[in-house]
Write a protein that binds this ligand. Structure first.
Ligand code: MN
Length: 299
């Protein structure tokens, strides 16, 4: 099942390039009551709502996928978790290019089994999330702002201390993640968490449709120019182990997102550029880069 959020917070099922509006299913979600449980309520209740969504699809008039504005398929993630330096060739390019590591996050992991074993995972602000149709707005003009295309894993239920052998049972589905990054000396959480610096899309593909998330071709082009192209089989720390590592530190909630790391070929984007990202078995999306609009000065 491919589930999108579009236009004015409509919920859609995607099939054959068409979107079927099943927003009515949201009426089945529990009413808000303070204090709120962290996480995304649609993702939390997805399993029991899938049947009704299929029924609603049968009655819906489809519209073309490329005619709607795609929002993040997860509306309310409690956190976005991300893996640093998780492809060998990206470790190598980070070592070679001071413009990437800037002397701050040294890519060496001598004495450790993997970069994740040494550095752990890091967090991006949930307020940075957007969908493909919203685009990225440059937050740091005049600096090097990069694309990082990554497989994104979307957690389906509340869990803690999940072993890698059970890890896929807590997954709701997958999407393409863009971990947008400004290079420089600041902490990762500052450089990767500006508004629009986490893109999730084009929609959520449920777990049952992705046989092996550790064997997917993926790529990104900018204005048609090749930038990154790899396969998730080259992840140093694979999907199941990332869930184990993340859930050892944090309780995971429905809708939490794990960005699994980016391969070699990270490079800068400028206002007016259009990124085209693809992951095998998931989909593809265009994401436009918008200019920084400076805050208006009071006079
Ligand atoms: Mn990244």
């Amino acid at each position: 099942m491919k589930i999108c959020r579009f236009n004015d917070n409509r919920i859609g099922l995607v099939e054959g390039g068409q979107v079927y509006d099943v927003t009515e299913v949201a009426a089945q979600l529990p009413a808000l009551k303070w204090p709120l449980e962290p996480g995304d309520q649609l993702i939390a209740h997805l399993e029991r709502l899938k049947g009704q969504m299929q029924e609603l699809k049968g009655r819906a008039n489809p519209v073309a996928l490329d005619s709607v504005k795609l929002l993040s398929p997860v509306a309310n993630p409690s956190k976005i978790i991300a893996a640093p330096l998780n492809y060998q060739l990206h470790v190598a390019e980070s070592k070679a290019d001071k413009g990437i590591h800037n002397g701050v996050h040294l890519p060496d992991y001598d004495g450790f089994a993997s970069p994740v074993a040494k550095f752990g995972v890091f967090l991006k602000s949930p307020s940075s999330i957007v969908g493909a149709g919203e685009g990225v707005r440059i937050a740091y003009p005049g600096r090097r702002n990069d694309h990082e295309v990554e497989l994104a894993v979307i957690i389906g239920r509340k869990c803690k201390d999940v072993g890698r052998e059970d890890a896929f049972s807590v997954v709701a589905g997958y999407a393409i993640g863009l971990d947008m990054t400004v290079r420089g000396p600041e902490d990762r959480s500052y450089r990767k968490s500006a508004d629009t610096y986490s893109v999730l899309g084009p929609y959520l593909v449920t777990r049952d449709e992705v046989a092996d998330p550790d064997a997917l071709d993926f790529s990104i082009t900018v204005n048609g120019e090749h930038r990154q192209k790899a396969n998730t089989r080259d992840l140093i720390t694979g999907v199941a182990e990332l869930i184990e590592v993340a859930s050892r530190a944090y309780t995971l909630y429905p809708g939490d997102i794990i960005m699994t790391g980016t391969p070699e070929g990270v490079n800068s984007i400028e206002p007016g550029d259009v990124m085209h990202a693809y992951i095998e078995g998931i989909g593809e999306m265009d994401v436009a880069i918008r200019a920084y609009d400076a805050p208006k000065e009071e006079t």
